[in-house]
Write a protein that binds this ligand. Structure first.
Ligand code: GDP
Ligand code: IMO
Ligand code: MG
Length: 429
């Protein structure tokens, strides 16, 4: 029995999709515990590139059952568009199941996401505009719509009416928009009902029963630690808990069942959207990482902000997630750059911080303190064992391991499924 959580350790786009794909072939279930179609997970299989948004990347694994967990927010239009797109390319999504407790994104959530961002002006979060925040807000505010509501039309209608009674006041009076007709929203959901019904299951029961029977479950987190609504750079975060505790809540698997927590970490750092980012680069190196690393957001097409590896952030992520292992991705992007700076601590208004400062204001003022390591010049994209790596790459990884609070078990040397060095196999933990 293995219950493995994959967690983004930075601000997202670390390569969680690729990590899922590598392990997905050896597990029975891949469950997405949080987020919605704000994610963008890229998987490259045999030269073919797939970009998953709402679906777990595990949908590409031949034998695993992909599940959208209770902690997710599901946009039905995006769900079926993505399924149709995959099937048109020959991939099979027929095994996909959805927890009855997951919440559904309504068209008015997307409207609210966009108008709220506009209203915030300079203080906007830079969301993906997919309605994620407003859907989670309704979940916590107890006026959300759950996937299981599709199974009871009169309940669904009542819930839409009561949500809109309040939302329409906000849309009309605060944002000067037209009121939304509850019937239109009801019809929108019912137009997907026939396709959705057979996919709805008690996922929490099924996953626990599978684990009790010795099966293997992988939890593929979306977003990342620094975007976590509790542990991230609030308010510049998403509205779910992408940390490991959130993966337990979002899939209904208790913490005592977890066998590994695998933190996915780029060999440098990127961020999409607004918010503090101490090691961000505004010079030619920022541009170098952006272009060489192909750092463009899958979901919104925005260029990702780029910076050096931040080990203060890595230690923080290791702590709040309880990482058992790390997967360092995109090491190949650093080949041939001469020297690699690593952020080892922050200077905040003249005071050295080796660990994450207490307040967000301090984090906003954090200036990285760097040490540098020499880079290697050899092409590493063909390396398949740690020993095959050049000595300078080994030194860089060893230093990251010393600084980052968990052992490095996987190293990515290219986007392909096979371009991975396995040092420890988390299935054996
Ligand atoms: P996710 O959101 O965490 O799944 O990550 P994304 O898919 O949004 O972004 C990661 C990008 O890096 C994708 O384009 C991957 O194909 C690519 N990638 C993943 N691992 C590696 C690696 O080790 N080397 C290189 N060069 N690219 C990688
Ligand atoms: P994956 O799973 C990177 C960011 C958005 C924005 C903030 C809030 O591919 O790593 P939201 O639409 O969630 O309310 O936006 O979070 N964001 C991501 N950034 N990767 C992601 O997902 C992200 N999902 C959300 O850019 O700053
Ligand atoms: Mg992504």
């Amino acid at each position: 029995m293995a219950a493995i959580i994959i967690v983004g350790a930075q601000w997202g786009d670390e390569g969680k999709g690729k990590a899922t794909d590598i392990l997905g072939g050896r597990v029975d279930y891949v469950v997405k515990p949080n987020g919605g179609n704000n994610a963008g997970h890229t998987v490259v299989v045999g030269g073919e590139k797939y970009e998953l948004k709402l679906l777990p990347a595990g949908v590409l694994s031949e034998n695993a059952t992909p599940i959208i967990g209770n902690g997710c927010v599901v946009n039905l239009e995006a769900l079926f568009d993505e399924i149709d797109g995959l099937e048109a390319r020959g991939a099979k999504a027929s095994r996909l199941r959805v927890s009855g407790n997951a919440h559904m994104v309504a068209p008015y959530h997307q409207t609210l996401d966009r108008v709220t961002e506009r209203f915030l002006g300079k203080r906007a979060i830079g969301t993906t505009g997919r309605g994620i925040g407003p859907t989670y807000a309704d979940k916590v505010g107890r006026v959300g719509l759950r996937v299981q509501d599709i199974l009871d039309e009169s309940i669904l209608r009542q819930k839409i009416e009561s949500a809109l009674a309040q939302k329409n006041q906000i849309l009309v009076k605060l944002y000067n928009r037209r009121a939304i007709d509850p019937n239109e929203v009801f019809e929108y959901f019912m137009s997907y009902a026939d396709r959705l019904r057979p996919m709805i299951i008690d996922a929490e029961y099924e996953l626990n029963r599978a684990l009790d029977n010795g099966k293997h479950v992988l939890m593929e987190g979306g977003q990342a630690t620094m975007l976590d609504v509790d542990h991230g750079t609030y308010p510049f975060v998403t509205s779910s808990n992408p940390t490991s505790g959130g993966a337990c809540v979002g899939s209904g698997i208790g913490p005592t069942k977890i066998t590994s927590v695998l933190g996915i970490m780029k060999a440098y750092t990127t961020r999409v959207g607004a918010g503090p980012f101490p090691t961000e680069l505004f010079d030619k190196w920022g541009e170098y990482l952006q272009t060489t690393g192909g750092e463009v957001g899958v979901n919104t097409g925005r260029k990702r902000r780029c910076g050096w590896y931040d080990s203060v952030l890595a230690r923080y992520a290791a702590r709040v997630n309880g990482f058992t292992d790390l997967f360092i991705t995109k090491l190949d992007v650093l080949t041939g750059i001469g020297e690699i700076p690593i952020c080892v601590a922050y200077d905040v208004d003249g005071v050295r911080h080796d660990e994450m400062p207490l307040t967000q204001s301090e984090f906003h003022h954090a200036v990285p303190i760097y040490e540098t390591m020499p880079a290697w010049d050899e092409d590493i994209t063909g390396c398949r064992t740690f020993d095959e790596l050049p000595d300078k790459a080994k030194d860089y990884l060893n230093r990251l391991e010393e600084l980052s609070g968990a052992r490095i078990s996987y190293i990515g040397v290219g986007p392909g499924r096979d371009q991975t060095i396995v040092v420890n196999d988390v299935m054996e933990n």
